[in-house]
Design a protein around this ligand. Sequence first.
Ligand code: SAH
Length: 454
Amino acid sequence: MKFIAPVTRNQEITATIMDLTYEGLGVAKVDDYPLFIEDALPGEEAKLLVTKVGKNFGYARVLERLNDSPDRVELPNKSYMQSGIAPLGHLSYPAQLKFKQQQLQNVYKKNRLDIEVLPTIGMAEPKGYRNKAQIPVRQVKGQLETGFYRKRSHELMPLEDFYIQDPEIDRAIVIVRDLLRQYHIPAYDEARNRGVIRNIMVRRGYFSHEMMIVLITRTREVPQLQNIISGIVMKLPKVVSIMQSVVPKPTNVVLGRTVKKLYGKTFIHDQILGHTFDISALSFYQVNPLQTEKLYQTVISAAHLTGKETVIDAYSGIGTISLSLAKHAKYVYGVEISEAAVADAKRNAKHNGIANVKFQQGLAEKVMQDWREAELDVDVLVVDPPRKGLAGTFVEAVGIMKPKRVVYVSCNPATLGRDIALLQEFGYHAEETQPVDMFPLTQHIESVTALTLD
Ligand code: SAH
């Protein structure tokens, strides 16, 4: 039987929003057929225009809102929502924290997991938190601009205040933009794969105030490069590192695989929980410094260390969690795929005078197997994988090594739920999950869960 959707494209309907998707879109239902709607909150009734009709769901746009949810707030600039900078920006902060707690609860329910989700630990001032930015550079109406892309669009909208970024980073981007204009540097042209400057990346140490600027270019040669470098150093005295990354091909990937030093050092410093870290351009580093400390405190208390334990920190990045745990443990082994991050981690251990850690470069799932074969006796395993979660072979190695505790730091509830269900088959169980809001105003959900052997 051919499915016929109960609505057609360009139809106008009035409906009540029932729910929010994990991406923060409002959901209205017409005879059980879901419509996803931007800038629409549960409890709001709205006149909608159906914009897209698919087999299982469609999209609609609000023509007129008939009432406001009590959780609705106004952002200073509507374009933040259209761009994906702040997809939850229309939701009050307490409601955002509750939304994230509920998303985790929903995932657990779906996976039939009986785990309590604690209230999300939020920020006192949920804005201006990002310590890193990657901003596209394009030619708009004859002028080089920095800004953002509207969702599902290839047209850059110029913007100077990115709201969720450290304001000093916003200021640096404008200064670099003005220098690029002054020296008539051609912006990248996506359609023809021409032009020179594709993106500007900025990193800033929250405690050190040191800044790194990475120019991401299509070509190796950049006209007037020395003038641009001198201009940046003169106008931004806190810049201690300027790097270049060449990305010649048309791609959505922002950063190339290698970076070249143009000025100063190859890294900046920052501090977490009293330790100092070198952070280089290609290494992962948590983007919300204040919340990172709360996240790591949560990890430390979830690990229940007494000083006698052997710990594995898998997906260890530049060693931030490893070093935070080291003084509470006998020994910490870190494993991480990125060579740049492992080099940072080794330097970081040395500079902080921490000797009871060792970092291994490699795939976590592979190195875990090696450690298992070497019969490494692990008491506590900390994992902090990327969004796709743990590899099946990694979970199998855990099942054989049987650490007494596993502390799972997750940035994706869907894969967290899946992996906990798998770990349960090896006798692990979790009591509670603590969400920590690392990404206010966005839909991203970070959490910490301790699992123990039954
Ligand atoms: N725990 C660190 C880093 C977490 S981000 C922190 O809090 O800062 C996840 C890290 O996993 C990244 O550094 C990424 O390079 C690394 N990674 C991704 N896939 C991996 C894999 N299969 N094996 C090992 N490391 C991996």
